[in-house]
Design a protein. Structure first.
Length: 342
């Protein structure tokens, strides 16, 4: 009797199948990653939408925009709007008579708030830091503290510096980009400039550049760690020259000085320009260069921002400093077409 022949795959056939599967995975993986990033970006935009609407509702109720305080020992703008994006329980537990770094607020400031976190950032959003400058500024000031972090910040306007900061030869402020502008030009943003006292701030009706042409909240992801383009974390020993020694916590590799990112911190900044790689303050770029007082995200093509009309858009990596400055000022009178923005 003839033996029955057994059919199967040869080694060559098996290798061909494996190769085809590998090629298909290689082709599909970028599409899957792009789809995931699109979903993350959509969630980030939804977060900013909620924060933007919270600010607008705050203005409607209080007849003023949230106040942007100049000092870290004063109330943060996010703390002010907590009840307006359904965070009443956190707001009610926050001791408004003490700064965020006082022991009275230690427990509440550790609390992560998903609306304040961009999903494209894989960082833990909670960190323990130190700052000896807080000693004596409140009854129970903590010089070592654990806090939850936000990826979003309020824009107080455009920077005014007219002096280049070495090694850059280009000033980072508004007047380099708009040299013919009057030195009395109001460069404040939608909230108004930083204040040191509790005063009535801006109202929406005062935004003469148009609500749809004015950014109020943007991304500044990665804090308290320093990140430069293209999303690279920088150790304290290699910080660029624009980060002063007083702004460093070398032991923990992060910049402080209004850049630490705790949601209860004041988190508001006047915008400037950067070199494209973020190593110099002053240059021809404005987005995704440095997260040290600059608009920065982990989205590959730009950073998301909430506008004064409640809309949210991605500001592209290639946006010009002139257009960017026009968007962050509320009263300077620049003309920006919608085709120049996104």
């Amino acid at each position: 009797m003839a033996a029955r022949r057994v059919h199967g795959f040869t080694l060559v056939e098996l290798l061909v199948v494996i190769t085809i599967i590998g090629v298909l995975i290689a082709l599909l993986l970028p599409a899957v990653q792009a789809a995931r990033e699109a979903a993350r970006q959509l969630q980030c935009q939804n977060n900013l939408k909620q924060l933007g609407l919270a600010c607008l509702n705050y203005e409607s109720t209080q007849s003023t925009m949230p106040l942007l305080y100049a000092s870290s020992n004063q109330l943060g703008w996010i703390t002010e709007i907590l009840p307006f994006f359904e965070q009443d329980s956190i707001y009610n537990r926050y001791d408004m008579t003490q700064p965020w770094f006082d022991a009275a607020n230690a427990a509440v400031c550790k609390q992560r708030i998903p609306t304040l976190e961009c999903p494209s950032s894989s960082l833990p959003h909670v960190y323990t830091g130190t700052d000896s400058a807080f000693a004596g500024q409140s009854p129970n000031a903590m010089t070592t503290f654990t806090v939850a972090v936000t990826d979003y910040f309020a824009i107080s306007g455009a920077g005014t510096t007219t002096t280049a900061k070495a090694p850059s030869t280009i000033p980072s402020g508004y007047f380099y980009v708009y040299p013919s502008a009057s030195t009395t030009t109001d460069l404040a943003g939608m909230f108004g400039a930083q204040k040191s006292t509790n005063v009535v701030c801006h109202r929406l009706a005062e935004v003469t550049d148009g609500l749809s042409n004015t950014v109020m909240i943007g991304e500044m992801s990665g804090r308290p760690w320093l990140y430069l383009s293209p999303g690279k974390q920088i150790a304290a020993a290699n910080f660029p020259s624009y980060v002063s020694t007083s702004s460093m916590d070398a032991a923990n590799n992060y910049a402080l000085n209004y850049g630490m990112g705790a949601w209860a911190h004041n988190n508001n900044f006047a915008m400037g320009t950067w070199s494209r790689d973020g190593t110099m303050q002053g240059g021809d770029s404005a987005v995704n260069c440095s997260n040290y007082r600059g608009m920065f995200s982990f989205h590959p093509t730009g950073a998301c921002a909430a506008f004064g009309d409640g809309s949210v858009h991605l500001l592209g990596r290639e946006i010009s400093p002139a257009v960017f400055f026009a968007l962050v000022t509320a009263h300077a009178g620049e003309v920006v077409g919608s085709s120049n923005i996104y």
